[in-house]
Structure formats: C-alpha cells, structure tokens
Design a protein around this ligand. Sequence first.
Ligand code: XMP
Length: 319
Amino acid sequence: DWTMAEFRQTKIAEIRAQVGDKRVICGLSGGVDSAVAAVLIHEAIGDQLTCVFVDHGLMRMNEAEQVVTLFRDHYNIPLVHVEAEELFLGGLAGLTDPEAKRKFIGKTFIDVFEAEARKIGGADFLAQGTLYPDVIESVSFTGGPSVTIKSHHNVGGLPERMNMQLVEPLRELFKDEVRDLGRELGLPDAFVGRHPFPGPGLAIRIPGEVTKERCDILRKADAVYLEEIRNAGLYDAIWQAFAVLLPVKTVGVMGDGRTYDSVCALRAVTSTDGMTADVFPYDAGFLTRVATRIVNEVKGINRVVYDYTSKPPGTIEWE
Ligand code: XMP
C-alpha cells in the first residue's frame, strides 16, 4: 500500500540522485502543479533550486502577488519575479487568431524564461510540473497523432536550446494526487484546491484582440463570479470555472439610458483530468445572481450568458 508520505520520500531521494550538487531552475506558472513540483524539489535540494515566475500580465485578480508571497515569504524559496506585461500585451496587439495568440505567448514565455535563466548563471536542470495526463494527452485528446487541437503552452524546446535535462517528479500523478501531495507538503488548502489555469492565461479567454483594458474588465467579472461560487460553497465541486469576455457588443438598458457593451460568458465544468468534461448544473437563482452582479459592478459588460457545452464537442477553454 502506497501513501503520499512514501511517495514524497521516494521522490526526494530520486531528485537528489538525479541532480547531485547541480542547479535546477523551475518555471512557476501560478498553478498548483508547478508549485507542488517546486516545493518538493526545494525540500530535496534546498537552494540549488531557483524559481522563475514570468508574469505575463494575463493572470487573474491578485494572482501574481499571491504566488510571489507564497514562495518568497512562506517557503523562503529563491524566486525571480519577471514583470513582462508590457512585452506580452505589446506583442498581442493586433493578434486575433487563437493559434497565433497561443504561439506568440508560448514563444515569448520561453524567450523571457531563457533570458532570466542566463542572468542567474544558467542551470543543468529544468523542473516542470508535468502530470500523467500531460504525458498522454496528445494521444487521447486529438483522436489522431497528426491533429493539433491547441498548441499547449509549456517550456518545451527550452531544455534542448539551453542544453538542460528535465526534472519532472509529478509525471506519474493525476491532478487529485498532486493535490494530496501538495497538502502532504504543507501547501495551504486554498492554494492546493485551486482550479486549473491555462498557461496562456486570460488571453485565451478574450476571443479576438487582447488589450489591457479588456484584461481588466475580464479580471473584474471573473473575480465576481468566483466570489459567488465560493459564497455558495460550490468551489470544490467544480473542476474549473471562469468568465470569458466576448468580442460582441449588444444593446442594453440601465436606468433610463441605452448601453452598448460587451457580452460575458460564464463557464463551469466538472471533470477528473480535463480531457472530458460535463457542464456544471447551477440552479437558475445562482446564475441570475451572478449575472446581475457582473452587469451592475463591471463597467463594459451589459449581458451575461452561460455556456452549456460539454467536452467533447466543446473544449473547456474557448480558444
Ligand atoms: P481544453 O480547453 O483543451 O483544456 O479543453 C483542457 C485543460 O487544459 C487547460 N489548458 C491549458 N493548460 N497550458 C496549460 O497549462 C495551455 O496552453 C492550456 N490550454 C488549456 C484548460 O484550462 C483545461 O484545464
């Protein structure tokens, strides 16, 4: 019988054996997987690990600060926080095609990460929070090896470019097991229980052109939505919930004035690994409450709709 406590000890021994006295760089995304990988590796090799957090400005409300605080103050793990919002938003200007947006973000992320890695003197190893579903995804979710549904955002390509070896201690785990390991390592419950968040961030939740203004609007709507989900005690019953800001304006009425503003779509799904998903069945009262709050509180949105598409045929994210 296999326990997380044993898994932790086994992996620590494996990481020490693999890395020796060499240096490791870990890219933090703000998500659970890279955080758990980083804390586990830090436990194994201490300050031979440096974390790099490339902040692309496409995070949710207050998310970047939370990551930096957790790692620097709580765990005392060396962390380089790269504030690259202008670079990312500058390059996203004018891009509307989903794959073009994903590719730009992925490439820029690697460029920034590589430059930072060189600044701190490089490393022999690159740590990633790759999970088992990430390993098998290309097979199971495309239905054929030659079809790319979405270009996934990771630091692939970097190990060869920088001549680094990979450290991937979570490769055998599913998401729920990573969460167990995170708790075992003492990560705060609220952090460990977080919904998954995609590498390209809010950019793929803003169909059409991404601007700072639209990111700010979406961040507000998303924060209201998540606050209501937590208040209703539904957060842990949902795999992933988020708002999407549509490039569509519709006419509305507020007070005695006409409005002409954007539509916001709400998404919530249940899933075990993200590869298939079912729509979360809110009651109508909940959705009405969220819609009312978003339209009242978020300038720039005057209509809210709910996405009733399962995966397949829909994907979880809209782009
Ligand atoms: P889709 O939209 O393909 O998403 O049904 C499945 C799961 O993967 C997340 N996702 C990503 N995660 N980099 C990531 O790290 C990405 O480029 C990416 N795209 C989607 C998505 O949020 C969902 O949990």
